[in-house]
Design a protein. Structure first.
Length: 428
């Protein structure tokens, strides 16, 4: 520390200057009288010199005393304050005196202890909050009153990185967003939350999925200072719900076909349309098979836990596609006679077996396909069923074709692979 800029240095200079001024003024005032009045003027001049030296020495001693009692403790206080400013909250002053300096040191030590305790508690709370945010699977993003991000957990950081290069389903100009710019859907939700001061919930449709956003305002002394949003990826949940809805709709639709067949064939039996016991037995067999299939459909309708688990189980086993086509053909024979439609099917001699397939679902596909063909084929026309084994890049497959003579001639093709997979039926 520079002595001349310190408090003691300034006091020493001031006192020394005052003493010098007093002695100089007194000497200048008495000098004419000393030379003319006093015979021993040299002794008096020496006296003034001694007084000046003694005064200078006393002021110097006083300055050193102040340096020891005031300046050094103040310097220690300044260094301790700087240590606390640098984060050394355990710094304490070792000054044991009964004067004001000692009281100041005790007050400083108490203040430092309380500050250390408060900082430790704040750090514990911050660590607790950080651990809670890190353990959350949902994304949490906090915005200040200017809409800037001030706190985000790891899932939120991943979302912010992912959303940078994405475009929203809503029509946004520019597309994407920077890390410090709030996306438009979140921006609208943010301003609504801040303006109304209430929690807001919305679904954000991103091209890669759907997010549920719940935003709440942040208060500070009855003033809104920002908002916090919790984002959850509900894409799988929405997909499963749609699968459930589609599943119920499909099963409800599939039940109509066996019901209509059972009704039609039973009416045919009641009306005596089967001329021989063999044909009656065949109709009864079809009714029995359709009742079993309808029972399986009802079981699938009730067993929705598989859909909630995100997958639908398949019963895979060895399936002979030729026998399957025979069974489907027999279902529609009576209907073909009633509609005067030529239903043509000739089972090939070669093997049409699939090593692993869901026979019931394949039968459901072919039944729906034929039912659709009957609805669009007028009387006097032909519906043809054919099946052949083919080779493709995916492997060996069985190709089933259903051709009708509707108002616009069509041919539907379905390829059944030996691993149980299928390719969509398409009109050709």
């Amino acid at each position: 520390m520079n002595f001349w800029r310190s408090l003691v240095g300034k006091l020493w200079i001031t006192i020394t200057g005052l003493v010098a001024c007093v002695l100089l003024t007194l000497g200048l005032f008495l000098l004419p009288y000393i030379d003319t009045t006093f015979a021993n003027s040299d002794a008096i001049k020496r006296l003034f010199t001694y007084v000046a030296i003694i005064g200078f020495s006393m002021t110097t001693f006083f300055g050193l005393f102040l340096l020891t009692k005031i300046t050094q403790p103040m310097q220690q206080l300044i260094e301790a304050a700087n240590d606390i400013r640098r984060g050394k909250y355990g710094t304490r002053l070792d000054l044991v005196t009964s004067d004001e300096i000692g009281e100041l040191a005790n007050t400083f030590n108490h203040m430092a202890a309380e500050l250390e305790t408060n900082i430790r508690n704040l750090n514990h709370e911050k660590e607790h909050l950080s651990s809670v945010l890190r353990s959350m699977s949902d994304a949490v993003i906090t915005f200040d009153n200017n809409g800037q991000v001030i706190l985000v957990n790891p899932p939120g950081q991943e979302i912010m990185k992912t959303w940078k290069g994405l475009e929203w389903d809503e029509e946004l100009q520019g597309g994407g967003w920077a890390a410090d710019v709030m996306p438009k859907p979140l921006s609208e939700l943010y301003y609504t939350t801040v303006d109304e001061g209430k929690d807001q919930t919305a679904e954000l449709h991103v091209k890669q999925g759907i997010w549920s956003a719940h935003m709440a305002p942040l208060y500070s002394e009855d003033m809104i200072r920002g908002a916090v949003v919790v984002l959850r990826d509900i894409t799988e949940q929405v997909t499963l719900e749609k699968m459930r809805t589609d599943f119920i709709a499909n099963v409800s639709h599939e039940i109509r076909t066996p019901l209509s067949m059972m009704q039609g064939y039973s009416e045919a039996l009641l009306d005596g349309m089967a001329p021989s016991p063999e044909e009656s037995r065949e109709l009864i067999q079809v009714i029995h098979e359709e009742s079993l299939r309808m029972g399986r459909l009802v079981k699938d309708l009730l067993d929705l836990t598989r859909m909630e688990a995100g997958h639908a189980e398949m019963s895979l086993r060895l399936v002979d596609v030729g026998d399957l086509c025979d069974r489907v053909y027999r279902k529609f024979m009576v209907r073909a006679k009633e509609r005067e439609i030529d239903l043509n099917w000739s089972k090939p001699d070669h093997n049409l077996e699939l090593e692993a397939a869901d026979e019931d679902k394949l039968e459901q596909v072919l039944t729906n396909l034929l039912d659709n063909a009957f609805r669009h084929t007028p009387s006097g026309k032909q519906i043809k069923i054919s099946a052949n084994r083919i080779w493709q890049g995916e492997g060996e497959a069985v190709e089933v074709k259903i051709s009708d003579q509707a108002w616009a001639s069509r041919r539907m093709t379905c390829r059944l692979y030996s691993n149980g997979s299928t390719r969509p039926i398409r009109p050709v």
